[in-house]
Design a protein around this ligand. Structure first.
Ligand SMILES: Cc1cc2nc3c(=O)[nH]c(=O)nc-3n(C[C@H](O)[C@H](O)[C@H](O)COP(=O)(O)OP(=O)(O)OC[C@H]3O[C@@H](n4cnc5c(N)ncnc54)[C@H](O)[C@@H]3O)c2cc1C
Length: 445
């Protein structure tokens, strides 16, 4: 039986650090005992730790660390299916399946995310408008429930448990194994196109115009641009390439060794970088054949990218808007962010095709705006103004990237919350699974 040891855990935004007791199961068979043990304390499941805020922390409680559960249990190249332990990351899965002509259909923008974490947040990628979210490609999962029993759940088998757990933030149980349906790939390359757009309307028109033709669609936005240039950016589109010939080599790995001090230099430096990125491209854009892995995970070649915001860390805001409000909602948010000069190294807009299948899945039909918010004294105030704007426009925030959303706002954004609470009451009546996020948002009521 693995031992619980006092430790400190953090997450991607580098704002939250929790003291708790953690255990690292050597194999998935050890998880039920850990879940059952010491029922007087709460427990959180901690995967790759790539959520931005407090979703995989349980201050003063316990954490089950799943990265040790990293075995690919079965890969069937004929059927295009893979069964993996929940701690397998996209980075670990890729070399096992890419050479056989298969890829996972949905991933996040970093390969360090685990499949358990991907399921628990029903993650979406830059191809959501075509392929939907992670749960659209999950055949089944095995979960360890609060009482220690292991249950298989799928849309057909224990569907109530399945749809509560998909996007359920790890609160229904610990995912032990995931079976995913893979996507065939003709090569290991993507034909990518980068085109600059001068303002938000042009950018959103181009994204909506590409929904039917492009496999991947994603806009990089310069959040410093104001006035007529508000929302200007670079549209990245892509299609799986027929062959690897002519593919440019992946960028050289770099690393940020330490967090620089923050201060008055951060925003101007980011503003210059955003302008340079935009001006470097010819007005008609550029095309390049890229290797699939670095196309899917563009930030991963800079190790420690999250240190760039300095020692104070950063928050994020990731908002989805329905089609009728996407233009007005994104415009209002960008105006607020630009006025606060709360610059972001990466800010993106991307299209979504419709709701995820989980009770608490984030995706809806419409458009997403995501931006980092460097941590400053005025950031909580800025975030609450942004949250109000999102609510006014009928949108919602993505919990995986949030740390400041209010519990009232959360309840208004996720109408399935009462049904989710009923599922938690059924599958974990004593509230064994907890997290700092669940307490902050009063998810259990
Ligand atoms: C650089 C970067 C880019 C990103 N890009 C995207 C993106 O494009 N699209 C997107 O949707 N998200 C994106 N994310 C967010 C990320 O995909 C999610 O936060 C994801 O859930 C993180 O998974 P993880 O393995 O790191 O889990 P953690 O961060 O450790 O945990 C996240 C949540 O999942 C739960 N969890 C983890 N493992 C399990 C398990 N085995 N069983 C039950 N619950 C579990 C945790 O309890 C917690 O609630 C990005 C994050 C980063 C840092």
């Amino acid at each position: 039986m693995p031992v619980w040891a006092e430790t400190t855990l953090g997450t991607w935004g580098r704002v939250h650090r929790s003291r708790l007791r953690a255990a690292r199961p050597p194999e998935s068979g050890a998880v039920p005992d850990l879940v059952r043990a010491e029922n007087d304390s709460s427990v959180v499941i901690h995967g790759g730790g790539r959520c931005y805020g407090d979703a995989s922390l349980d201050t003063g409680g316990q954490a089950i660390l799943t990265r040790s559960l990293n075995r690919i249990v079965d890969f069937d190249p004929a059927a295009g299916e893979a069964v993996c332990e929940a701690g397998v990351t996209f980075e670990e899965l890729s070399p096992a399946i890419f050479p056989h002509g298969w890829c996972y259909p949905v991933s996040s923008a970093t390969a360090a995310v685990t499949l358990g974490g991907a399921f628990a947040n029903d993650i979406h990628s830059k191809n959501h408008h075509v392929l939907g979210s992670f749960g659209d490609h999950t055949k089944w999962v095995d979960l360890a429930l609060a009482g220690g029993e292991v249950v298989r759940a799928s849309p057909a088998e224990n569907p109530d448990l399945y749809f509560a757990s998909l996007g359920g933030m790890g609160l229904t149980g610990a995912v032990l194994r995931v079976c995913i349906r893979l996507m065939p790939i003709p090569s290991n390359s993507v034909d990518a196109r980068y085109v600059p757009y001068p303002d938000l309307d042009a950018m959103l028109d181009a994204i909506n115009g590409g929904r039917e033709t492009e496999e991947f669609l994603f806009g990089w936005v310069d959040v410093f641009a104001r006035g007529p240039a508000l929302g200007r950016g670079i549209l990245e589109s892509g299609r799986l390439a027929a062959a690897d010939e002519g593919c440019v080599p992946p960028p050289k790995p770099r690393s940020i060794p330490f967090a620089p001090p923050t201060g008055p230099f951060l925003a101007p430096a980011m503003r210059r970088a955003a302008r340079r990125r935009h001006e470097k491209l010819p007005p008609r854009g550029a095309e390049v054949r890229k290797d699939l892995f670095s196309f899917l995970f563009p930030l991963d070649h800079v190790k420690g990218f999250n240190k760039l915001y300095g020692r104070s860390g950063f928050y994020s805001i990731h908002a989805g808007f329905p089609p009728a409000a996407e233009r007005a909602g994104i415009r209002a948010m960008l105006e607020e962010i630009a006025a606060a000069q709360a610059g972001s190294i990466t800010a993106v807009v991307k299209p979504m095709r419709g709701p995820g299948r989980g009770l608490m899945s984030f995706p809806i039909e419409g458009m997403v705006l995501a931006a980092d918010l460097p941590r400053r004294r005025d950031t909580p105030g800025l975030h609450s103004r942004l949250e109000a704007l999102v609510l006014d426009h009928g949108g919602r925030l993505y919990v995986a990237k949030d740390a400041l959303m209010s519990s009232d706002g959360f309840a208004r954004m996720f109408p399935n919350l009462p049904a989710f609470r009923a599922a938690l009451e059924r599958f974990d009546p004593n509230g064994r699974f907890q997290s700092d996020l669940a307490r902050r948002l009063r998810i259990r009521g």
